[in-house]
Design a protein around this ligand. Structure first.
Ligand SMILES: Cc1ncc(COP(=O)(O)O)c(C=O)c1O
Length: 386
């Protein structure tokens, strides 16, 4: 059944928004850096928030705002994954959830594996938890990216205590296979290490790509893993602050239950209300429409780059609205986003922030209208020498 793509909000209205995407740069810049999207809210979310504003419902978040049950249903419908609501706690945002789990599974100075190129706050959140980053870069297979399981094994054998996984992976849009995740779980179990799986982009796996929740990859993964999820990327709710810490075994659930109540108190009430509405079946049609738009855009970007920016290397991502693009061949230096901002007035995310492999790269946010994507790539193309 074909799904009608979701239309982005017109640019003049987007410019009225007060979020980072629309306020960081002057109005002549097309913003494609931070991971916010340009679509109207899912109607169920608008209704829930409007009602709360009308009621002045702006107090503290109650002990069970309904997020756990809403996510349990969502995970069953969208991923075929059975989650126990008693093994979910909420917190303020995904990165805070990651830090809180890291505090429990590492001691100060312990090493934590990250797999670059990766979402830049992965470096800082490991430090915030008092641990030290050990980089085991993704392997470029020529057709895609994969975890370097041998490298991770060596890091764990050398004493690393945890792996911070990005599943699906930002910035490459890689959806790790069940086999890879199960193998990672076996390695972690063998060395008594933990795996923390950031699954914020999971609702955005494109059709035909099977997303595997880490905790569901194998019985061993259920024992060693912690998943951190949120509605905030798919439903553009980053400013509302609500994330879930999910476990699938009694031992890990105990650890999460033993966290101070403050961790849960930091969940925003508006964030919780919006998450309940986002994860409800009422929002499924909206999410499918969004995915139809993003599917069109991820392919359109390939066509536009081939036409206007020859030399740019881009692999169509399996999930999400972020594109990892190698501009090395253009000779625009180690940080080409700087030139693109200065000369094309398009703000892209800076590749080197994602780790050493980010030299010469940019990250493009295509969570926008196809027209805006076209204009941005045409502007960049105008910089390419004839
Ligand atoms: C992989 C990943 N994790 C976490 C975040 C941030 O999530 P939060 O704002 O809930 O901390 C992002 C934002 O883009 C992300 O891409």
């Amino acid at each position: 059944m074909s799904v009608t793509p979701l239309e982005a909000i017109p640019l003049d209205q987007l410019r009225l928004r007060s979020s980072t995407k629309w306020r960081k740069y002057p109005a002549d810049v097309i913003p494609m850096f931070v991971a916010e999207t340009d679509f109207p809210l899912a109607p169920a979310i608008s209704r829930a928030l409007t009602r709360a504003v009308e009621l002045g419902d702006t107090g503290y978040t109650p002990p069970d705002p309904g997020v756990a049950h809403a996510y349990v249903d969502f995970a069953q419908r969208r991923f075929g994954w059975t989650v126990d609501p008693a093994r979910i706690r909420t917190t303020c945002d995904v990165m805070m959830g990651v830090v809180e789990v890291l505090r429990y599974v590492t001691k100060p100075g312990d090493r934590v594996v990250i797999t670059t190129p990766v979402y830049p706050p992965f470096f800082t959140c490991v430090e915030e938890a008092g641990a030290v980053v050990e980089d085991v870069p993704l392997v470029d297979t020529g057709a895609g990216w994969e975890l370097d399981l041998l490298g991770i094994e060596a890091a764990l054998a050398g004493g690393a205590r945890a792996v911070l996984l990005c599943n699906p992976h930002n910035p490459t849009g890689t959806v790790h296979s069940r086999e890879t995740l199960a193998a990672l779980a076996d390695l972690a179990a063998g060395f008594g290490a933990a795996v923390i799986s950031d699954e914020i982009h999971a609702p955005l796996a494109h059709s035909g790509v099977a997303f595997t929740p880490f905790l569901d990859a194998s019985p061993v993964a259920a024992q060693v893993g912690y998943a951190i999820a949120s509605a905030s990327k798919a439903f553009n709710l980053a400013g509302l602050k609500c994330a879930l810490i999910i476990t699938a075994a009694e031992s890990t659930a105990q650890i999460v239950r033993s966290m101070p109540d403050e961790v849960e108190w930091r969940t925003s009430l508006f964030g919780a209300m919006a998450a309940v509405a986002a994860f409800s079946p009422e929002s499924d049609a909206w999410l499918d429409s969004l995915l139809a738009t993003l599917d069109g855009n991820r392919r359109l970007l390939a066509e536009l780059l081939a036409e206007h920016v020859p030399g740019a290397e881009y692999r169509i991502p399996d999930a999400g609205f972020l594109a990892w693009v190698d501009l090395t061949a253009l000779g625009w230096g180690q940080n080409p986003a700087l030139k693109v901002l200065r000369d094309a007035r398009v703000a892209l995310h800076l590749g080197p922030l994602f780790g050493p492999q980010g030299k010469g790269h940019v990250r493009i946010n295509f969570g926008c209208s196809p027209e805006l994507l076209r204009e941005a790539v045409e502007r960049i193309g105008a910089l390419v020498a004839p």
